[in-house]
Design a protein around this ligand. Structure first.
Ligand SMILES: [Zn+2]
Length: 70
């Protein structure tokens, strides 16, 4: 049994695969056929992009709504 590492803070997430700290970077998200830039935490090692649940479930819906308002 290995020790459980301390819980990372919101600003310091570690890639489970590479054990490297994720860095904030611009990525293009695609939702319902619309592409838009967002700042997300990305692993410099494997390119894994961390999508917070709040963004996946909440913000994306706000974006959709905003686009429909136009
Ligand atoms: Zn990684």
């Amino acid at each position: 049994m290995s020790e459980i590492p301390p819980a990372p803070s919101d600003s310091q997430l570690i890639c489970a695969k590479c054990q490297q700290p994720l860095v904030l970077g611009k990525v293009t998200a695609s939702y319902l056929g619309n592409d838009f830039p967002v700042d997300l935490l990305r692993c410099p090692g494997c390119g894994f992009t961390y999508v917070p649940e709040a963004l996946a479930l909440g913000k994306m819906l706000d974006v959709e709504r905003a686009l429909e308002d136009k």
